[in-house]
Design a binder for this molecule. Structure first.
Ligand SMILES: Cc1cc2nc3c(=O)[nH]c(=O)nc-3n(C[C@H](O)[C@H](O)[C@H](O)COP(=O)(O)OP(=O)(O)OC[C@H]3O[C@@H](n4cnc5c(N)ncnc54)[C@H](O)[C@@H]3O)c2cc1C
Ligand code: SF4
Length: 568
């Protein structure tokens, strides 16, 4: 047989297609607000929303303390709706600095006014999305949960004309099984990408259209969260408590949140900035350790953990927002990155950006335009409420990264005060510098960290945690985590960095094993094999962000798979 002989061409069935005025990817706060706003402006505009979660909200993980400014604008009568999800107004704000075994409380009067949570609500953002989806459907929006947008479709001129859902029934080896079904093309005059943080299509669009040119690199954190049903005497509905400091060292950014919702529920979470340098660090284990602090652990005594999950969060802010538009569509919400980092709030800006984009789309459609660039959206956001919100806090993250937690937060507080009172900053607009994947240092420069064993009551291991995320992926499909070059992974990710993926993944997806199948804990590369337990993935996107060689690409698995979060 000739070595150059090619396999016979396999015919791929034609995609069926559906046409809409507007195609929206992602039923998060951004996508759903865009959909609602479009229908409010003109009920005749046809709008479709694709959501990869099995149902709306299944993949939403947030804190969440929500500033209602955006929902007030989108649905001004929301308080009249008996089913609205804003049930727990914030009644008390606490900021703690934790030391090992001790703590001190920062006086509220010292905090810049924008940090005040008065007038905000503690919610499950997943439930907010379910409620927004019902509003959108009542206005005639078509929402398809269980369908992942796997591919962007372009016309001959390179303009985006829609997206395609992933093929179903493809076997592990890439061959088509008996249940094979070709994905569907959803074509629109405009396509809005609301995939949230590190969207897989957004990433490709940003690269293709060079949308990050002239901007600072996007920055990220990984947020881990548990939902607890606590003993009634420990429950203080409306209490919001943030901490920073222990267990993280001064040069590792991050902090915690504890939000007391209704019904004896407490959301506890930990956000760790992904520009950390020590490859031995494990965000999951730092989170578990945090809960053991004497000031924190008491909340959970007699309680029960009922849910777990993780999701990255954008942290670059004002400097890092890419150009939002490309021919045929735009980025909205955290696909662009509108989180106000010191407030840990992004959902109001996600909603605002969806509304702003929708207004520009509706205006373009009215003029008979299609598949061109929505320049007015790009030109409007910095002067909008989103820009005003982000501009004031633009130096908080770079100051923290440059000066460490103690000094960086103090300078950030001063900077926010000055920006609020005078509109001026002594630091100008600071740069972030490196992208997060560039910050890891070789394993040899750091001492491995020994984390305490979980007790199964307050602290847990990763596998029993992942169980509570209800995540599920059909094993008989190609892995949705593409490792571009396994040799690079072995020589560099393991040999130089000690296999950080085995620690930064909050679901224990990655593992290095030796020839006998034993877990490798050091940097020994001889006979090492990279195991990817993709079934456990909770779609947080951390590997796509933090892999030091950018060798891992997260793509959509079959629609409807992944976590099934409830009340997260
Ligand atoms: C731990 C943590 C705590 C936070 N706390 C707060 C807080 O207290 N207050 C606050 O305001 N904000 C908070 N945020 C930020 C907030 O959650 C985000 O700013 C907000 O969710 C962004 O909304 P979005 O619509 O852009 O994206 P998302 O909420 O992420 O929604 C995107 C949706 O798109 C879907 N999707 C993605 N890709 C595809 C695809 N290819 N095809 C189909 N569907 C797709 C996803 O499944 C998801 O449902 C927090 C974030 C984290 C991680
Ligand atoms: S495999 Fe990647 S996206 Fe999935 S849970 Fe692990 S780090 Fe997150």
């Amino acid at each position: 047989m000739s070595e150059t002989m090619e396999a016979p061409a396999v015919e791929i069935p034609e995609r069926e297609s559906m046409e809409f005025d507007v195609v929206i990817v992602g039923a998060g706060p951004a996508g759903l607000s865009a959909a609602i706003r479009l229908k409010q402006i003109d009920s005749g505009i046809s709008v479709v929303v694709l959501e990869k979660g099995a149902e709306v909200g299944a993949h939403i993980l947030s804190g969440a303390v929500v500033d209602p400014v955006a929902v007030n604008r989108l649905l001004p009568d929301w308080k009249d709706d008996p089913d609205h999800p804003f049930r727990t107004p914030v009644t008390e704000d606490r900021f703690l600095f934790l030391t090992q075994g001790g703590s001190f409380r920062l006086p509220n009067f010292a905090m810049p006014p924008l940090m005040n949570n008065h007038g905000t609500y503690i919610v499950s953002l997943g439930n907010v999305c379910k409620w927004l989806a019902a509003k959108a459907e009542a206005l005639g929006v078509e929402i398809y949960p269980g369908f992942a947008a796997a591919e962007v479709i372009y016309d001959d001129n390179g303009a985006v004309i829609g997206v395609a859902t992933g093929d179903m029934g493809v076997g592990k080896d890439g061959t088509r099984g008996p249940n094979y079904q070709r994905g569907m093309a959803l074509l629109g005059k405009y396509t809005l990408i609301g995939e949230g943080v590190r969207g897989s299509l957004a990433k490709k669009l940003i690269a293709k259209f060079n949308l990050s040119r002239g901007r600072e690199p996007q920055k990220f954190g990984i947020g881990l969260k548990e939902l607890w049903e606590v003993a009634p005497e420990k429950h203080k509905p409306g209490l919001v408590c943030h901490s920073f400091g222990w267990p993280l060292s001064n040069d590792t950014g991050g902090g915690s949140f504890l939000y007391h919702l209704e019904g004896n529920l407490v959301a506890v979470g930990f956000v760790l900035h992904l520009n950390y340098r020590n490859p031995w660090l494990s965000p999951f284990h730092e989170f578990q350790r945090f809960k053991t602090h004497p000031k924190i652990r008491d909340t959970f005594a007699g309680g029960k953990r009922i849910a777990y999950g993780a999701r990255a969060i954008t942290e670059g802010g004002w400097q890092s927002v890419p150009k939002l538009t490309f021919p045929g569509g735009a980025l909205i919400g955290c696909s662009a990155g509108f989180v106000n980092v010191p407030r840990i709030k992004g959902s109001h800006n996600a909603m605002y950006s969806g509304m702003l984009a929708a207004e520009q789309v509706a205006a373009a459609l009215k003029e008979g335009r299609a598949r061109d660039e929505l320049a007015a959206y790009e030109n409007a956001w910095r002067d909008s409420d989103i820009g005003k919100d982000l501009f004031k806090v633009r130096n908080a993250k770079p100051l923290w990264s440059r000066f460490g937690t103690f000094l960086g937060i103090s300078l950030g507080g001063l900077d926010m005060w000055l920006n609020t009172l005078t509109g001026w900053s002594p630091f100008g607009t600071m740069q972030h510098g490196k992208a997060d994947h560039e910050s890891l240092e070789p394993a040899a420069n750091h001492v491995p960290i020994e984390y305490p064993k979980p007790d199964g009551k307050l602290t847990f291991d990763r596998l029993s945690s992942v169980f509570l995320s209800n995540t599920n992926h059909d094993e008989n499909q190609p892995a949705h985590l593409h490792v571009a070059n396994l040799e690079t992974q072995r020589v560099s990710e393991l040999g130089v960095y000690g296999g950080p993926s085995a620690r930064f993944c909050p679901a224990g997806v990655y593992e290095w094993v030796d020839a006998q199948g034993n877990t490798i804990t050091g940097t020994e590369t001889e006979g090492a094999r990279f195991v990817v337990n993709f079934q456990n993935c909770v779609h947080c996107k951390t590997c796509d962000i933090k892999d030091p060689n950018q060798n891992i690409d997260w793509v959509t698995p079959q629609g409807g798979e992944g976590p099934v979060y409830a009340n997260m």
